[in-house]
Design a protein around this ligand. Structure first.
Ligand code: XBP
Ligand code: MG
Length: 265
């Protein structure tokens, strides 16, 4: 796109917004994924339990299957792995996905402030939307369907998720996957992330990134982010700028401000 009504003479180079899911579109980890993992462990007769603090430490590893393996290796030296441990991890993960998508289906997790507003503005202005996440595709579909609208999957031109790439964040692979399918360069896009792993992935792919922190990620190292906010902001619910670009009194992130951030103004 080149310009649109209300944007004066600004030359639009922002073609697409690429969103992380967990922690960015919605606060899914503490009261979503964590609970679902614990339900899967109980169901399987395991004495594994991930409390809120431990889960914060486990979030250093992205991907649920990878996280379970890390937990056993790092925190449960007493646990004797069965010969078919890989199959157990696969079964546990399938059960966890069932519990998690069930929770989303009951409307259990809302969008974060400003997310719907920005998505709707992008759609109205023909700015393209995509997703780059480490989580399982079914989780993305369920969140979009239940937290946004039944047709929201179609709002996103590319959904890069889960095992679509071999190396999960902080590797840049999922962003390369999405950029390739959008046929865009990093300079034409803006990434939205909530965590250090996500920021590193976006940066390594050459993208600028807006960070919206949450309780698990507030203390992460976000050096190099374009801006760090507490959330995207809404009319009547201003964001706080935690670090980065000074936004001249703006109190919510809209396309005009994003365009300025992306152009480095
Ligand atoms: C968040 C994650 C995910 C979820 C679990 O990634 O680390 O692994 O916690 O998802 P992102 P799965 O913020 O990039 O979406 O269990 O489906 O792997
Ligand atoms: Mg995230």
């Amino acid at each position: 796109m080149t310009d649109f009504a209300g944007f004066g003479d600004i030359f639009m180079t922002l073609e697409a917004l690429i969103f992380d899911v967990d922690g960015t579109l919605a606060d899914t980890e503490r009261d979503g994924h964590r609970l679902a993992f614990n339900q899967a462990f109980v169901e399987a007769g395991l004495d594994w339990h991930w409390d809120v603090v431990l889960y914060g430490q486990l979030l250093t590893v992205t991907g649920g299957k990878e996280r379970m393996r890390y937990y056993v290796d790092r925190y449960r030296p007493d646990y004797r792995k069965p010969a078919d441990f890989d199959a157990l991890v696969t079964r546990l993960h399938a059960a966890k996905t069932r519990h998690y998508t069930g929770l989303l289906g009951r409307g259990g997790i809302p969008l974060r402030p400003g997310v719907r507003r920005l998505l709707e503005e992008a759609r109205a202005r023909d700015v393209r939307l995509a997703i780059a996440t480490t989580t399982t595709p079914d989780n993305v579909t369920a969140l979009l369907h239940h937290a946004i609208s039944p047709d929201a999957v179609s709002w996103f031109e590319v959904i890069g998720a889960g095992d679509a790439v071999a190396a999960k964040k902080p590797a840049p692979d999922i962003y390369y996957y999405v950029l390739e399918r959008l046929h865009l360069s990093p300079a034409q896009c803006m990434a939205f992330e909530d965590s250090e792993n996500g920021l590193r992935a976006a940066q390594a792919a050459g993208l600028k990134a807006v960070i919206t922190v949450n309780d698990y990620t507030r203390a992460h190292d976000f050096r190099g982010a374009t801006v760090v906010l507490d959330h995207l902001g809404e009319p009547g619910r201003p964001f706080q700028v935690l670090s980065g670009y000074t936004v001249n009194g703006a109190s919510w992130l809209d396309l005009k401000l994003l365009e300025q951030l992306q152009a480095g103004e």
